[in-house]
Design a protein around this ligand. Structure first.
Ligand code: CAA
Ligand code: NAD
Length: 301
């Protein structure tokens, strides 16, 4: 972490190197945009084959980016892909991933105990300067941060799927997050080409607090037999201008992730009808139908 002295003021933090833990849909996307903007990235997951799949996915996504960005200069496009991929190292050992990191971004499964376990370990191996951030969709940042001794260097950094395309990042400032760390993450978000917004540590921050109840309400509409999922999807695309209908979006986000989110919020607020779990969603997840990433969810892929 570069500490740039500001005359008579607190030091300014800059992120140059990252460790990204979890190389699924989100972790791979975050690695891609960070590497593409000149940051050094160590990408970590539990097994070598998962990391290989992530690297292949990044390569494929970069080709889509290049097709548009370097339409007139394919050679330069290829150079961009090569230099971006060269910025990404992989490892299956989280302790090794964090030793040189200015910033750790966690994008593993949406489960509080598992995230806390990971950060408890990372806290022992990461230098004191290292900032920790979670890409959680729905869990309280404070509860995750409490597994470490660096609450001041802990925040939420919430990206959107697909990361290379979606411009938004929610910077979640927990009560313990320091001003310097908050400012650093706002700047980092801009440095990777995103538009940051500031959020408090409240369930679902801004986007998911609106989007998840909407998606669950769509499932309830369908479960009541008031419309087919195909018609509901078409209706929201053509009638409300959404790029995807709610069932397409549920499949895209991952039904397992959506279930983790709604179950967690239901536990927090059992009386809130917006957070009522869905029988159909539960059945699909139990059957291993997690959406696009497993080949089937509400639709087949
Ligand atoms: N990598 C790189 N580029 C990609 C890409 C990827 N993974 N996916 C799409 N693109 C690019 C395409 O190459 C294409 O580029 P051009 O315009 O240059 O051709 C462009 O994006 C549009 O893609 P497509 O033509 O393939 O398809 P589309 O027009 O249907 O767009 C989409 C795809 C961008 C995903 C669009 O459907 C969309 O915006 N969907 C809604 C996504 C959304 O709401 N995401 C938020 C989910 S909630 C969340 O993430 C938070 C959480 O915690 C759960
Ligand atoms: P995913 O299932 O695609 O990927 C999760 C990855 O984490 C897997 O590759 C898994 O092997 C790995 N993993 C699990 N435990 C691990 C551990 N202890 N150490 C290292 N790696 C581990 O999930 P995803 O969709 O990428 O979601 C990841 C996180 O991002 C979740 O917290 C989710 O809520 C959040 N998120 C998801 C979306 C979305 O649209 N899918 C959007 C924003 C945020």
């Amino acid at each position: 972490l570069t500490y740039i002295a500001r005359r008579g003021m607190a030091t300014k933090l800059t992120v140059k190197s990252l460790a990204i833990i979890g190389s699924g849909q989100m972790g791979a996307g975050i690695a891609q945009v960070a590497a593409a903007t000149g940051h050094k990235v160590v990408l970590c997951d539990t097994a070598g084959d998962i990391l290989e799949k992530a690297q292949a996915g990044i390569q494929k996504s970069l080709q889509r980016v290049v097709k548009k960005k370097y339409a007139d200069d394919p050679e330069k496009g290829q150079e961009f892909i090569t230099s971006t991929m060269a910025n990404i190292e992989t490892t299956t050992e989280p302790a090794k991933a964090v030793v040189t990191a200015d910033l750790v971004v966690e994008a593993i499964v949406e489960n509080l105990a598992v995230k806390q376990d990971l950060f408890r370990t990372l806290d022992k191996f990461a230098p004191a300067k290292t900032i920790f951030a979670s890409n959680t969709s729905s869990l309280p940042i404070t509860a995750i941060a409490d597994s470490t001794k660096r609450q001041d260097k802990f925040a939420g950094l919430h990206f959107f799927n697909p990361v290379p395309v979606m411009k938004l990042v929610e910077v979640v400032r927990a009560p313990g997050t320091s001003q310097e760390v908050y400012e650093c993450l706002m700047e980092f978000s801009k440095a990777i080409g995103k538009h940051p917004v500031t959020c408090k540590d409240t369930p679902g921050f801004l986007v998911n607090r609106l989007l998840v109840p909407y998606m669950l309400e769509s499932v309830r509409l369908y479960e009541r037999g008031d419309g087919s999922k195909e018609d509901i999807d078409v209706a929201m695309k053509l009638g409300a201008g959404y790029p995807m209908g709610p069932f397409e979006l549920l499949d895209y986000v991952g039904l397992d992730t959506c279930k983790f989110i709604i179950d967690g919020w239901h536990e927090l607020e059992p009386e809130n009808p917006l957070f009522e779990p869905s029988q159909l969603l539960n059945e699909l997840v139990a059957a291993g139908k997690h959406g696009k990433k497993t080949g089937e969810g509400f639709y087949k892929y």
